[in-house]
Design a binder for this molecule. Structure first.
Ligand SMILES: Cc1cc2nc3c(=O)[nH]c(=O)nc-3n(C[C@H](O)[C@H](O)[C@H](O)COP(=O)(O)O)c2cc1C
Length: 313
């Protein structure tokens, strides 16, 4: 009997649905036992988000400061053949309850020396969060064997509107004839079962931890290389503002709200001016930087890659 633990945190249910669908082939196999660990923050995050609460969550999220979470159901002394760690991205960082799991004693006991597949489901910017994730997994002594990334199919420009609209109002329906439904396409969620099928085969064959990623050839982690620079710049800016805001005061205080107001103006100005200018410059310079961009894309797609040649075989 193979034992698999699926750990996730989901606010709207989108990531929960990915975690369930992807692991379904394992859960329905007679020789595999799957346990689900839905992380619960002690102090729930609101949904839909009041705009200031949304912004106020960013300094601690980026600083990877763990919130309190309810005790895990899983026994930390239990050994699993595989842990699937499914997470969403908040402000280019792992969502806080996942950070809390990765930094907790029981989370680390579970992860230590165990093969881990990371699964991210977000708008489209997960590269910097995955860098945090890899560092936290290494600190926990986990063996990171594969990575899956599911993102919104909408263009960056459109999802810059549809995702905050969804988060701040709860509405994710298409609107004005031009903006698509917010979130990950239902077909992409459905198709994520292919990863579970491959993981089941690898568990049975004993190859899950062979050093050769199981999910290669399945289009597991495609990187949009146009976002690499924006993410790097964004993460740097978030880190600076996170330190500043944390110095101003704890979440919810008046002083912090005042600085968050300034930050909001800064952010909107940056998005409206600097981002289009740098994107245009980078598009113009792209032919000269092609080799570097390809190398970066290959780096961020590790370990599972974006090749899809194995999907129909
Ligand atoms: C506070 C907050 C910040 C977010 N920041 C990002 C981000 O930096 N990059 C991104 O691609 N998606 C971002 N998202 C979208 C989430 O990754 C995710 O797609 C969405 O919250 C739905 O996930 P759920 O399953 O938890 O409901 C953010 C969402 C929230 C609530």
């Amino acid at each position: 009997m193979k034992r698999v633990l699926v750990v996730y945190f989901s606010q709207t249910g989108q990531l929960a649905s990915i975690a369930r669908t992807l692991s379904e082939p394992l859960a329905s196999a007679a020789d595999c036992e799957v346990e689900y660990e839905a992380l619960t923050p002690r102090k729930p995050y609101p949904f839909p988000w009041p705009v200031f609460d949304f912004l106020d969550a960013f300094p601690e999220t980026v600083a990877l400061e763990p919130p309190e979470i309810e005790p895990l159901r899983a026994d930390p002394d239990q050994r699993y053949d595989l842990i699937i760690l499914a997470y969403t991205v908040w402000f280019l960082s792992p969502a806080p309850p996942i950070t809390a799991f990765l930094k907790s004693g029981s989370g680390r006991a579970l992860l230590s020396n165990t093969p881990v597949v990371t699964v991210v489901g977000c708008r489209n910017m997960w590269l910097q969060a995955q860098e945090d994730m890899k560092a936290l997994l290494a600190e926990a002594g986990a063996r990171h064997v594969d990575h899956v990334a599911l993102t919104d199919r909408g263009s960056s420009l459109k999802t810059l509107i549809t995702t905050p609209r969804w988060m701040l109002t709860g509405r994710r329906d298409p609107f004005w004839g031009v903006f698509p439904r917010a979130g990950i396409d239902a077909a992409d969620i459905r198709d994520s079962a292919r990863f579970g099928n491959a993981l089941l085969r690898a568990l049975r064959a004993g190859t899950i931890d062979s050093g050769e990623p199981t999910l290669r050839g399945l289009g597991a982690a495609p990187v949009d290389d146009r976002l690499i620079d924006s993410e790097r710049i964004g993460k740097r800016s978030f880190t600076i503002w996170s330190k500043l805001l944390r110095r101003v005061g704890p979440p919810g205080t008046a002083a912090r709200r005042a600085v968050l107001g300034i930050y909001l103006v800064f952010l909107v100005t940056m998005i409206a001016t600097v981002v289009p200018i740098t994107m245009t410059l980078r598009a113009l310079l792209r032919p000269l930087r092609q080799r570097k961009i390809s190398a970066q894309k290959a780096y961020f797609e590790q370990p599972s890659g974006s090749d899809r040649s194995g999907i129909h075989s």
